[in-house]
Structures are given as C-alpha cells and as structure tokens.
Design a protein around this ligand. Structure first.
Ligand SMILES: Cc1cc2nc3c(=O)[nH]c(=O)nc-3n(C[C@H](O)[C@H](O)[C@H](O)COP(=O)(O)O)c2cc1C
Length: 363
C-alpha cells in the first residue's frame, strides 16, 4: 500500500486528478511519466509557447544516467542547445562523449517537433558541441518518428528471443545512417556471446572503480517519490527492480551492485535480443561528431519504437577507454571509435523515466 505521503504527493502532481491509493510505485511513476509526455498539439501554440513546445519534445530524449545534461536558450527564430556541465558524469564519461551524444538525441527530437509545428529546423553544430538551431516557417509535417517520441523508452527487461527479418535491420540501419555514423549488426549467437564477454570486461573494470560506483549510486532513484522529487536519474522501476525506502536502499545497494550481478543481467538481455547494432564514428570527431552520433541514435530509437520494437544500451565496453580498441578490433570496426552498443528486440515495456519540466532547462 502506498503511504499517505505518497498518495498526497502524486495527487498534487496529477493536479487534482483521481487519487492514486492502491497504486504501486511503478504505477505512480508511469502516471506521472504519461502526463509529462503529452506533446502540445501542432497548431495549438504559437510564438514563445511554440518554442517551449519544441524544448519540451527535446527533453523527452534519452540521456546518459538520465542526467538531462542540456540547457536551451530561446531566440526569436532560433533555439540554442548547450551542455549543462554541472550534470556531467566524470567517472563513466570522462571525455563528455555521452554528454554530447545526449545533446544530439535532444536535437533530433527538436528538429522533428519543429517540423510538426510548421518550422524547418537547421542545426549548426560548433566545434565545441554547442548547437544553434535556426527555425524558418514551413508546411507542418507529422512524421511517424515524431509521433514515437513519447513512446520511446530504454527497456532494460528481457526480450522475446525471436530474430528480426533482414528488411527490418536494413530499415533500422537506414534510419541511423548519416551524421558520419557507421552501423555494425551483430545477430548471430557467437557474435552475441563475444559481445557478452566484452560487456563483462567492462563491468569488471567499472565496478572495481569506487568513483564509478559512487557516481552511479548518486544517480539512482530508489522509489517513485525520490524520482519525482528530482525529475531525473535512474528510477529502479525502469530496470524492472523493486522500489525500497531510499534510506534503506542507500545502505544496502553496494552489497547488490557488482560486476557479476550486472553481467548476469546483461547475459539475459543479450541472449533474448534479436540482435545488437554497434554505432561507430571517426575516432577524431570530438563533441561535434558526438552530437551527430546522438542524432543518428535517436533516429534509430524512434524508428524502432514506431516499428513496435524495444531497445536498450549496453555500453560498458565502449565506456572504458582501454577496452575500446580491442572492442573495435573484435568487431571489425577498424580505426573507428565504437560509440554505442544498442540491443534491439521485442519485449514488454517497463515504467517510463521522468523528466524535469522545460522551465528547469531554459537558460
Ligand atoms: C549516451 C547514452 C548512453 C547510455 N548508456 C546506457 C547504458 O550503458 N546502459 C543503460 O541501461 N542505459 C543507457 N542509456 C540510457 C539512459 O539511461 C536513458 O536514456 C535514461 O535513463 C532515460 O530513460 P529513457 O531512455 O527511457 O527515456 C544511455 C543513454 C545515452 C543517451
């Protein structure tokens, strides 16, 4: 049963809607997430409100550890997307690769939302990774990928183990094409087992690093109240794990978090996936190139979502710098930098993650 405090908190959040007595933490989180994901109807907003609607759609993008590491600056006919370095994760992402990939994901959402609202968006990415998006009037177009923005989620549960037709893989690879990004498909059993070995090596390196574990725990949200209070971070229910009172969970979590447990989970995830797409790009690309990787990944994620597929990421082997070169060699990527490891298949949805409101990310 929810506590009285929880019922009141979420009653307030739902702006006087039906009381949530009887809901478990996952239900409460999902009710909040659904409300947060309601996009403004194209044509229903204009001027400043229309730009805010684009920012709202952008904030529904994925970000590493759900840090939402972005700021938006509204102009008259433009929006600037900037990194929020106060939300960087120096342990898992020392070179800010994931931070700029996350900005790219937000950029892609913003471009799709602009088109739906009758604006042609032209993003220019500076060498420092800041993105200036010029907006000009055009005929409104509702793309399938735009409609998929509220549905897209990172689904960390098991998938159904069925393969996907070659035509579907082509469709997904086509969606990711562009922005200097290469895709590499791994769908055979031996390849997936080699991937699992690489993920296991990544977990061993990361979970033996106290700074990595401290940072991860800092971004974990142990119940729906905690997730709603911050509007960011990794709610345990989004990984199919049970909620616990945060004071207790913070005492216990380090006993349960570890390379072996994470690799067991990854084994279940990989062995039930239809396959994995590795995204790789020019090793010298830097922030501007990483924004491009994010745009490509978000196109892939939205295309998959629109096709009724689920996906999640298994990035440890590309996050540990020393493992990147052996990983690239093992999967024939040559001198490219492996950016993201994306597992794809059909599976059940889990609760959606939360976001901070647009007002919190407008500079
Ligand atoms: C650059 C980047 C790296 C990520 N790496 C991982 C990862 O290694 N493992 C994982 O489970 N999720 C990963 N994620 C997914 C985020 O945790 C997820 O996007 C965030 O929690 C918000 O949830 P949502 O995608 O369901 O909206 C990554 C996301 C991004 C953008």
């Amino acid at each position: 049963m929810p506590t009285r405090r929880r019922v009141m908190t979420y009653g307030a959040l739902l702006a006087g809607g039906a009381p949530l007595a009887g809901c478990d933490d996952g239900d409460v989180q999902q009710a909040t997430a659904l409300l947060q994901r309601r996009l403004a109807l194209p044509g229903s907003v204009d001027g400043h409100e229309r730009l805010r609607a684009l920012v709202h759609a952008a904030t529904l993008a994925p970000s590493s550890h759900n840090t939402q590491c972005w700021r938006f600056v509204l102009g008259r006919d433009s929006i600037r997307i900037e990194p929020d370095f106060t939300r960087r994760c120096p342990a898992v992402d020392p070179d800010d690769h994931h931070l700029f990939v996350s900005l790219g994901c937000a950029t892609e959402n913003l471009v799709l939302a602009a088109l739906a609202h009758g604006l042609q968006a032209e993003p220019q990415v500076g060498r420092d990774g800041r993105i200036e998006v010029a907006l000009a009037p055009t005929r409104p177009q509702l793309a399938t990928r735009y409609a998929a923005i509220p549905q897209r989620q990172t689904t960390r549960g098991p998938f159904d183990g069925h393969p996907l037709p070659a035509a579907t893989w082509r469709q997904l690879e086509d969606a990711a094409a562009g922005n200097g990004v290469n895709t590499h498909l791994v769908s055979d059993t031996a390849g997936l087992e080699r991937l699992l070995d690489a993920v296991a090596a990544g977990h061993r390196a990361q979970f033996s690093d106290a700074a990595f574990v401290d940072e991860l725990v800092q971004w974990l949200r142990f119940d729906a109240d905690e997730a709603a209070a911050s509007g960011d971070g990794l709610f345990v229910g989004c990984s199919g794990r049970p909620s616990l009172p945060p004071w207790l969970a913070r005492r216990l979590v380090r006993r349960f978090l570890g390379a072996r447990a994470e690799t067991d989970l990854a084994a279940e995830q990989l062995r039930s996936s239809a396959g994995v797409l590795i995204l790789a790009s020019d090793a010298a690309a830097g922030p501007a190139g990483w924004v491009g990787v994010g745009r490509a990944f978000q196109r892939l994620a939205l295309e998959a979502t629109a096709a009724g597929l689920q996906l999640s990421l298994l990035n440890p082997p590309v996050e540990v710098a020393a493992l990147r070169a052996p990983f690239a060699a093992a999967f024939g990527l040559g001198t490219l930098r492996p950016d993201l490891v994306v597992r794809i298949g059909r599976g059940e949805r889990l609760p959606d993650s939360l976001r901070r409101p647009p007002a919190a990310v407008l500079a």
